[in-house]
Design a protein around this ligand. Structure first.
Ligand SMILES: *Cc1c(COP(=O)(O)O)cnc(C)c1O
Length: 385
């Protein structure tokens, strides 16, 4: 049993479960570490809002001076309302709608990260109608393997993301003919939950090589954007990601001209470890080889285990009796609604609280109302002190 939640247990008993519990001290110390590295190497951080768009978290993250990486106009709008400056917002996504493009132009964002020539042409048209010049960065698919789950691998050639290397020359040539866009950067994002840091080294080598293609077209790139993807240790929820090593790789391996900006877009690594999904055990049910701990949270609250076979550490924070094996399952009418199979927990009974750890990223943000369930509320450590 961790002591981490002891101070909060009494308060938890007054709150409707399941709920997301955000430890804001953990968030702030994560952000402190990232800001320190960011300043040390002059690498600009844009937080990937899709990992968690909870306004309270966004306000804290924006207060650190970070920019935002958004993938919809609604995210841009929310980011601005939570303190991010429009000129520090980049807009990514393979399918930006007309309405979103117009909205983003009007909001005055810093850059569109573009994934195809047709998209660039549409942005050019809308910019022309408003007599604007839109900054664009080309998202390039560097065709490298991220060694992560196939649903979160984005940088291989078969993926729908980015401009492929074999069409790069043509896209640059065509983009340079358009009058209302300015090609100012290149952008990459090769996957998520990347724990092999050598992947980022490989990415740097690709960036260095691809930069040269732009030089042959006489394009002066103002910024190089390596995207996000830094993984976290789901087995050890109290360990912070190795930001020192991560930033060091970019500083040492990416060739950056003196006046060129370097950007990264971490999502998960900033917010995952500050969040836990707190759920109550409803029933213990005998299975054939195991016991089921049926809890009141389900895949509608946290879909990662069902969607990516993701593993979140689960702790029984109410009990510390001798341990036994359980399958921790939710109440949803889907066989994939399983949080963990055959894990060791203290003897668990109806009413116990379980903490599903490292749930701050792609948890609340991916929740749905399937089965017409209520959305889990967010509770913040600062409010329970
Ligand atoms: C999702 C995404 C990110 C953030 O990825 P993490 O793995 O959460 O760090 C960054 N950039 C882009 C373009 C993305 O789509």
């Amino acid at each position: 049993m961790t002591t981490k939640f002891n101070d909060y247990l009494k308060k938890f008993s007054e709150i409707q479960t399941p709920f997301y519990f955000y430890d804001l001290d953990v968030l702030r110390s994560t952000l402190d570490k990232v800001r320190e590295q960011s300043l040390k190497y002059n690498i600009k951080v844009h937080y990937a809002v899709k990992a968690n768009a909870n306004p309270r978290l966004l306000q804290i993250i924006s207060s650190y001076g970070f920019g935002a990486d958004c993938v919809s106009f609604n995210e841009i709008d929310m980011a601005i309302r939570c303190g991010f400056k429009p000129d520090q917002i980049v807009f990514a996504g393979v399918g930006k709608s007309d309405k979103e493009i117009v909205g983003a132009l009007k909001a005055g964002i810093s850059c569109f990260n573009c994934e195809s020539l047709p998209e660039i042409e549409v942005i050019n048209e809308f910019a022309k109608k408003s007599s604007l010049t839109a900054n664009i960065a080309l998202r390039i698919n560097p065709n490298i393997e991220a060694h992560t789950h196939k649903y979160i691998t984005t940088g291989i050639e078969e993926s729908k993301f980015g401009v492929n290397l074999w069409e790069l020359d043509e896209v640059i040539t065509e983009a340079l003919k358009l009058k209302n866009i300015s090609l100012t950067g290149i952008h990459f994002h090769v996957g998520s939950q990347i724990t092999k840091l050598s992947v980022f080294k490989g990415l740097c080598l690709k960036i260095n090589e691809i930069k040269k293609t732009f030089e042959t077209h006489n394009v002066k790139l103002e910024s190089l954007n390596a995207g996000g993807g830094l993984g976290i240790d789901y087995d050890n929820p109290d360990i912070y990601p190795d930001f020192e090593k991560y930033f060091l790789i970019y500083n040492e391996m990416a060739d950056r001209d003196p006046d060129q900006k370097f950007h990264i877009e971490p999502g998960r690594s900033l917010v995952a470890q500050c969040g836990s999904l707190i759920t109550r055990v409803l029933y213990i049910k005998k299975g054939v080889n195991t016991q089921f701990a049926i809890v009141d949270a389900g895949m509608t609250d946290l879909i990662r285990p069902a969607l990516y076979q993701a593993n979140h550490k689960i702790e029984n924070i109410s009990s510390n009796c001798k341990s036994r094996r359980y399958d921790v399952v939710g109440p949803i009418c889907e066989s994939s609604d399983v949080f963990a199979k055959y894990i060791e927990l203290p003897e668990t009974k109806r009413g116990d609280f379980l903490a599903i750890r490292s749930a701050g990223a792609y948890g609340e943000a991916m929740a749905s109302r399937y089965n017409l369930r209520d959305l889990a509320k967010a509770i913040f450590s600062d409010d329970l002190k």
